[in-house]
Structures are given as structure tokens and as C-alpha cells.
Design a protein around this ligand. Structure first.
Ligand SMILES: Nc1ncnc2c1ncn2[C@@H]1O[C@H](COP(=O)(O)OP(=O)(O)OP(=O)(O)O)[C@@H](O)[C@H]1O
Ligand SMILES: [Mg+2]
Length: 150
């Protein structure tokens, strides 16, 4: 994939902003390159997605769409260039630093990620409902049937 579009906002991502709260762009790629065994997949890819904006990456199979998303999640690392998420330059983030990013951003893998017996809504709700249930169970175990004082 060879995307030469420059970010749509000048000095767009405020990458120095650690909190990222005021960043205009939620995602930004700056001249990202990635090759596998010397076979280039991303060739100086630059783009920006503004906070609240919906963006679709289209292209033929094997062009590097999933590879791009995996850079945002920290599953793949760029050979060069910068990846910015919510105002933070995550290019050289450690694995523990990515934990916080993955609480804000997620991706659904193409295969093996969805329950085909469930609707899209129920698939999305699945982890939320199950985490709530687990928290509820744990709270029940810890608190038991103790009554409020007084
Ligand atoms: N971990 C990896 N090791 C080696 N090559 C890889 C790896 N991940 C991806 N590739 C290669 O990078 C290229 C881009 O793959 P990618 O999965 O991003 O394609 P895609 O655009 O998402 O395609 P599709 O539309 O089929 O999902 C492919 O040639 C793929 O074989
Ligand atoms: Mg893909």
C-alpha cells in the first residue's frame, strides 16, 4: 500500500500531548513503512482520521489493510515512520504501554473472531455482558450477604 495523502490537518496529531485529550486526529500514520522479509507492504503510508470521523480503508486483498490496523493496536511495529493514537506517539510503545491503548481502541479479526450464531449486536455486547457478570460474581463473593451497618 502506497498512500501519499498528507494528513488533512497541519501538525495534526499534537503527538507531544501525552494525554491526547485535545488532539484533533484520533489516528495518524506518518510515512509508515513495513516490510516482511524485504517485501514492502506499507510504503510511506500517511493518513489521518479525525476524532469522531468514520474512515474506511479499501483495497484489494493483500494490500496491507489489516497490517495497518495491527500497527494501531501494537501487534505489528513499523520499520520506520510514526503511528499516533489519540494524540500519543505509540510507535515505540512497550507492550504494557499498549494495554491502555487497547482499552480505547479495538479491532475485530477477519476470521475466528465472531460467533456466527449471534447477531452483530450480540457479538459486540458479548464481552461487555460477560465482564459485568464476572464483576458482579466477584463482588458477591467478597461482600457475601453482609448487611449495611446501622
Ligand atoms: N506476519 C506476517 N508475516 C509475513 N507477511 C505478512 C504478515 N502479515 C501480513 N503479511 C503479508 O502482508 C500483506 C498484506 O496483508 P494484509 O493482511 O494487511 O492484507 P489485507 O489488505 O488486509 O487483505 P484482505 O483484504 O485479504 O484482508 C500480505 O501479502 C500478507 O501476506
Ligand atoms: Mg485484512
Amino acid at each position: 500500500m502506497n498512500e501519499t495523502n498528507k494528513p488533512r490537518t497541519s501538525n495534526a496529531a499534537n503527538a507531544d500531548n501525552d494525554t491526547g485529550r485535545s488532539s484533533v486526529n484520533y489516528f495518524e500514520f506518518r510515512e509508515v513503512c513495513k516490510a516482511f522479509d524485504d517485501r514492502p507492504v506499507l510504503n510511506r503510508v500517511s493518513f489521518a482520521v479525525k476524532r469522531g470521523e468514520t474512515c474506511v480503508i479499501m483495497g484489494r486483498s493483500g494490500v496491507g489493510k489489516s497490517v495497518s490496523l495491527k500497527h494501531i493496536m501494537g501487534f505489528l511495529r513499523a520499520d520506520s515512520g510514526q503511528v499516533i493514537v489519540d494524540g500519543q506517539d505509540v510507535t515505540h510503545f512497550s507492550e504494557p504501554q499498549f494495554y491502555a491503548i487497547r482499552r480505547k481502541v479495538t479491532m475485530v479479526f477477519q476470521s475466528g473472531a465472531l460467533f456466527d450464531s449471534l447477531t452483530v449486536r450480540d457479538n459486540i455486547a458479548f464481552p461487555i455482558v460477560n465482564i459485568r457478570r464476572r464483576i458482579h460474581r466477584q463482588a458477591g463473593k467478597r461482600i457475601g450477604s453482609r448487611r449495611c451497618p446501622g
